[in-house]
Each structure stands twice: as C-alpha cells, then as structure tokens.
Design a protein around this ligand. Structure first.
Ligand code: NOJ
Length: 512
C-alpha cells in the first residue's frame, strides 16, 4: 500500500461545515468563505483542529454542490479561488487543517465536458462519461439519461438523473459498449482527477473527503477494480503530495483502507450498523434501553481486525445527509452519545450545530436536492439576535429558514453556560486530548456490548476503561484492582468493592 499517515491526522478532530449555512458575511443570505474565516476561532475554541467542508465549486446546485460544473473554480456565491486560498492560509495560521470535498464519480449535466460528450462528433470528451452504444440500449441495473443528445446513446447516471457518471471503466466488461479500466477514456478520466487534486493541493488544501469513493468502477461487486484505481491515485499522492489526507465516503473500511485511504466513515448506509446506535426506532443511545449495539460491535471488530488495528474508522455525529441526532435522542442521552463518539478510535467528526444540539427541522420544502435532508441543513444558530446571527439578509432571503422554536439552541448562550451541551463536548474533547489512551490511533478492545457498552482503550503509556450506559437503568461493572474514575457524564458513578456503580444514562471514564 505504501501509504504513510500524515502526522496531523493522529491528533485530528474534525468539524464538518456545510458552507451554505455556516456564516454569511455579504448579506446575500448564503454562507461564504469569509464567514468561515470569521468563525475559525469558534471551531478552535471547541477543540476541533480540522475541517471538512462540503463542495464549494461552481455548480447549478441541484444537489447542494455535489453536481459540479467546473472543478477548478470556487462557486462565486462563496467567494473566489483567492478567497478560498485565504481560507486555507487562515486555517494553517491556527495550526488547523482543511479537507475539501472531492466528487470524482459524476459531474453536473451542465458541465462543459458533458456538453461536449453529448455531441455526435467524436471529441476529447466522447469517452469521459459512461455511454451505451445506442439510445435504445439501457444500462442494466443503472439509471441513465436518454434522448437528450445528438449522440446516439444512453448515459449512465451516478446519483440523481442530472449527475452523469464519469467513465472509469468496468471491472469486467460484458457488453460491447462497456470499456475496461485500461481503455483510453477511463485512463484520461483518472489523469484529469489527478489534475484536479493537484490544483487544490497546490493551492493549499490538506486533502479530501471523497464522495461515493467506492462506486467509481462499474460492475465491480467486490470493489476490487475501485480499490486498484485508488491505489493508483495513492501512488500519485505518495510522489507529489505525501502529506495529503484522504478520507472516503465508502462505509467499508476493509476495502477503502486497502485502496490507500487513511480513514473511512461509518455511514447511514452500508453494512456498519451505525444506524442501530443513533438513527432507528429503538436507537442504542435512547434511555428506553431497548436498542442493540451487538451487530455494530461485531462488524466494527471485523473491520478493525482487517484494517490491522490502525483505528482509522470514523464515526460521525451526523452529516448533511442524515437527520440530526436530536431527532432521535435528547438531553443526557445526547451527552452519553458524545462520550462514545469522542472516545472511539479514528478521528471524530462533528457536524456543524450538533455541538449545540441543533434540531432537525421538519416540513421544509426541499432545497438544492436536499429532500428529507433539508431539515439538517438549516443556518447555524450563533445567537438569539437577527437571523440567529447567521446573516443580515431579510429573513425571506436566507438559504433556509432559522429554526422557528422560540428557545432554539444557540452557540453564544451555550458558551456562557458551564452546563451546556457545547461545554460538555468541549470538555470531552479536552479530556480526549489530555489522555493518550483515548486518541485516534490508540487501541480498542470491547469487553461488553449490551447495556452497558464497555471498552478498554490503551496505548503504551495509559489504559482507560470506558463505560457507556445509555439505558435509564443503573448498572454495575467489575473493575481491575487499580482503577480511578477520571470523568463522569450524565448521572453519577462510584467505585465500591472492586465494582463501578453507574447511574442510568451515564458514561464514565476510568483509568486502569
Ligand atoms: C453523497 C453526498 O454526501 C450527498 O450529499 C450527495 O447527494 C451524493 N453523495 C451524491 O454526490
């Protein structure tokens, strides 16, 4: 594989920014790069030292920017390429790092490449996308765009029907129109992808979160072709940008880490059982205590073993594609969930606003292809002033409305309240940073996976027992001889006769 992890990733704690909704400084109702710059110190004060920013490139925004029309240009609504470069510089000045969102699988149908590819005459972009041989041939098992071009063919789409699939070839071509990974078209697409990465890395970004990273090569059931493709990219990065960090939206760490990614996410789709914990009818983290984390733990261990215990599996608090955590759990349940999220291996990822418990807003009309995701993308609530401090635009010109609850959570009041969720999370982050056993690359061993969930985190210099008891019922856990409680969240915990008594909906960290 030959990948060496950039050192900064070992200490990285990420904050995800959806740029549309973070901070607007020019009064147009949409967030911008300058807004992010102005809020870097807020992120730093929370304890996060790294950022993942959703796509910020030129786009018709029919999928919130995951439909790119020019990979080399920042979306004018956020600022210019120079402004983005300034954001990189401001990030680095604070010793922070930033990942851009790379969308290698598809473009917008408005992209110039696609316009050229639709032409009947052969040109440089004819094979940039996956086309069938005639318009009457529909690709099996895949969506397509048909009847919109002079070119006689159907074009495979990757996600929404306005997102034509870029051509990386088929693992095992079966039809005449299916190209192999080694054909000229697919090879040219990879070279262009390298150019895009080269462009932004040279301008100063620190790496990429890669959209739908596991689905580039078609008919590749086991992912072998896509793994090979990413190994090729890894080789390029090793040579030209060895410090670039690569995080995949793949959801199968056993595959993505083989492809040379440093980290992979567990997601609301795929085999990880992430949803069992937070987002289902009976989430494990609900105080009802009717959830089940055993399938999650089993799968986690499987992946962990396969990734040679490198511990680079990231479990996000949420993201722009999921309903917010607060839709499912509340109060101390949330705090206990964060105790878990901030004590697992891999880099933590906090979705903007999750640190103050922002609500999922029901009933919004879909915006930019958000559909039910729209309610998790509303403006960050900075304070209780006009437009929650997000923008000076008239309320009806905001990207999305502010949470209409009179007592909506906001950053300013939570920063002033020592008992707030935000301060709990801030303390948890500081605690993680102070205790090497809890950090990204330290080992994990699960000791119990019912209620409570018990695991041991350890490194050369420290061992920590973590008891996570979301259920509203007290529990008792046997302890080794030497044990000292360092931090309790939710209710109380105490040690007596070699056992730890833990209140319901409580998490406790014990040095052993
Ligand atoms: C995953 C992204 O997170 C999501 O927001 C997007 O709609 C799809 N990929 C398509 O790019």
């Amino acid at each position: 594989m030959g990948k060496k992890q950039p050192e900064w990733l070992e200490q990285a704690l990420f904050y995800e920014i959806y740029p549309q909704s973070f901070m607007d400084t020019n009064g147009d109702g949409i967030g911008d790069f300058q807004g992010i710059i102005e809020k870097l110190d807020y992120i730093l004060e929370l304890g996060c030292n790294a950022i993942w920013m959703n796509p910020c490139f030129a786009s018709p925004f029919m999928d919130a920017g995951y439909d790119i029309s020019d990979y080399y240009m920042a979306a004018p609504r956020y600022g210019t390429n120079d402004d983005l470069k300034r954001l990189f510089e401001e990030v680095h000045k604070r010793n922070m790092h930033i990942l851009l969102d790379l969308v290698p699988g598809h473009t917008s149908s408005e992209h110039q490449w696609f316009q050229e590819s639709m032409k009947a005459e052969k040109n440089e972009y004819t094979d940039r996308y996956v086309w069938t041989d005639t318009v009457w041939t529909e690709p099996k098992g895949m969506g397509c765009l048909r009847g919109i071009s002079d070119r006689d063919g159907s074009c495979v789409v990757n996600f929404f029907s306005h997102q034509p699939a870029l051509n990386y070839g088929f693992y095992q071509p079966e039809e005449v129109w299916q190209q192999s990974m080694e054909d000229e078209g697919p090879l040219a697409t990879i070279e262009e992808l390298k150019n895009i990465m080269r462009f932004w890395l040279s301008l100063g970004c620190d790496g990429f979160r890669v959209d739908m990273a596991g689905s580039l090569v078609k008919n590749d059931v086991e992912g072998k072709g896509t793994i090979r493709l990413w190994q090729n990219i890894r080789g390029f990065l090793d040579q030209e940008f060895p410090d670039a960090a690569m995080v995949s939206e793949w959801g199968e760490p056993d595959k993505s880490l083989q492809g040379g990614f440093h980290m992979d996410f567990l997601l609301h789709f795929g085999p990880s059982h992430y949803n069992d914990l937070f987002r289902c009818d009976e989430p494990y983290f609900s105080s009802r205590g009717k959830g089940d984390a055993t399938a999650f733990v089993k799968k986690y261990i499987e992946n962990y073993e396969k990734s040679e215990k490198k511990g680079l599996i990231c479990i996000p608090s949420g993201n722009h594609d999921m309903l917010r955590l607060t839709h499912f759990i509340k109060g101390d349940e949330l705090r206990v969930a964060f105790a878990f999220l901030l004590s697992m291996p891999g880099a933590p990822f906090i979705y903007y606003g999750d640190e103050i418990g922002m609500h999922y807003i029901e009933g919004l009309t879909s915006l930019e292809g958000g559909y039910e995701r729209t309610g998790s993308r509303t403006p960050m609530q900075w304070n209780h002033k006009v437009n929650a401090g997000f923008s000076t635009a008239p309320a009806d010109r905001l990207y999305l409305p502010i949470d209409s609850a009179a007592d909506y959570p906001d950053a300013e009041s939570q920063m002033a309240d020592p008992d707030s969720l935000r301060n709990e999370i801030k303390n948890l982050i500081a605690f993680r940073k102070k205790n090497p056993a809890l950090q990204n690359c330290s080992e994990i061993e699960f000791l119990q996976s019912g209620y409570p969930l018990v695991y041991k985190r350890s490194c050369e210099t420290q061992s920590m027992l973590v008891i996570i008891n979301p259920a509203g019922k007290a529990c008792t856990v046997d302890l080794p001889e030497k044990a000292a409680i360092l931090y309790t969240i939710g209710g109380n915990a105490g040690i007596q006769d070699g056992k730890c008594q833990v209140d319901g909906t409580t998490a406790v960290f014990i040095e052993i």
